[in-house]
Design a protein around this ligand. Structure first.
Ligand SMILES: Nc1ncnc2c1ncn2[C@@H]1O[C@H](COP(=O)(O)OP(=O)(O)OP(=O)(O)O)[C@@H](O)[C@H]1O
Length: 344
């Protein structure tokens, strides 16, 4: 992303109203065996808290990136945000509509139209037996956007051009395209319902490095042209630095730090954020001591008490293994760490 584009984006985000409001979001998976087995084996119920009390707000025109190691809860939040997975607690409100609240069929349909998702593996998400034109036309018909077949065909051609493909590509099947082109088709299909909010779940991680930048640039251009808002999920911080206006860092289901992207990359506050940045060779750590943090991510079924990160944190305080840190806010940033002093 060029610097000018990024500034425009950030400006739009500052001016924009909140489009997505997530409050107290929680997801607990029940991993227990069936009750009869539990009775015979005298075993207890087992649960896994994949997402724990997550609050976040995404403004119109913003790209909010969720980062964290594998298993931190990124995809689970995305699935709850788009209505694919019911939260155990909490709310997701998108453009004024509660995603999981009771609503009329018409409100539900209008809401679904506004929310789309792009997945990591474009091949798996495209029906191999359908021509590309039919794949892209499907949401247009499903949402009753264009009734006339000729006009729908023209719109499919328009969408293919918008993502940098030839309008005649609609005649082909997904296997006739490269990975990057297939991701463009998936993007065209996502755009077909004229959404406002798109969740991009690792949209470039299955692609060659040379193609990744092209797809990221396409997403950015589409955002500027169509005023889209993105929730961008990635474990790749170099990619996140390229696209995000705001970043949330997840550790074992909890949001441990949240800040405007430039702030987070230039002055990370949480020891876990610093550890993640250290792992990216091209992110400079000038003026900051590199923390030597070792250890594996703990078993999410039995997470450490207090701050989940404390067993891996070299600077931990006595209270870190007892008290759950609450978010401390400074300006547009929030940090959940006992070590963090907002007055400094
Ligand atoms: N359907 C499920 N049933 C039980 N546990 C699940 C289920 N889906 C996810 N989990 C668990 O929830 C936790 C969070 O998973 P999630 O896929 O959201 O993490 P992630 O940060 O997206 O990881 P990755 O980067 O590997 O995709 C993990 O411990 C995972 O094993």
């Amino acid at each position: 992303m060029n610097v000018t584009g990024r500034r425009l984006n950030a400006g739009a985000a500052e001016a924009g109203k909140a489009l997505v409001e997530v409050q107290g979001l929680r997801c607990v998976f029940d991993l227990s065996k069936p009750w009869l087995n539990r009775l015979i084996e005298r075993s207890a119920r087992v649960s896994l808290t994949a997402v724990d009390s997550v609050d976040l707000t995404i403004k119109e025109g913003e790209t909010y990136a969720l980062v964290g190691e594998s298993g931190s809860g990124k995809s689970t939040i995305a699935r709850m945000a788009v209505g694919l997975l019911k939260p155990s607690a909490g709310t997701v409100v998108i453009d004024g509509t509660d995603v999981w609240g009771k609503k009329s069929m018409e409100t539900e349909r209008r809401m679904r139209r506004k929310i789309q998702m792009i997945f990591q593996d474009p091949f798996a998400s495209l029906n191999p037996r359908w021509r590309v034109g039919a794949i892209i036309a499907e949401p247009i018909s499903a949402f009753g956007l264009i009734a006339d077949a000729k006009d729908r065909h023209a719109r499919v051609g328009e969408l293919l051009s918008l993502v940098g493909l030839d309008p005649r590509d609609g005649q082909k099947f997904p296997h006739e395209f490269s990975g990057g082109q297939r991701q463009r088709i998936a993007i065209a299909r996502a755009l077909a319902s004229e959404p406002k909010f798109i969740v991009c779940d690792e949209p470039t991680s299955a692609l060659d490095v040379s193609v990744q930048a092209q797809v990221l640039n396409l997403l950015r251009d589409l955002q500027e042209r169509l005023g889209l808002t993105y929730l961008f999920i990635s474990h790749n911080l170099a990619v996140v630095r390229h696209v995000a206006t705001r970043v949330g860092v997840l550790y074992l289901g909890r949001l441990v730090e949240e800040a405007p992207a430039r702030e987070l990359f230039s002055a990370p506050q949480h020891p876990y954020t610093r550890m993640l940045l250290e792992a990216v060779p091209d992110i400079a750590m000038e003026g900051r001591e590199r923390l030597a943090i070792a250890g594996e991510i703990p078993n999410p079924v039995t997470p450490p008490p207090g701050c989940h990160f404390h067993p891996r944190c070299p600077a931990r305080l006595p209270q870190c293994d007892i008290d759950i840190p609450l978010p401390k806010r400074v300006g547009e940033a929030a940090v959940r760490c006992h070590l963090f002093d907002p007055s400094q």
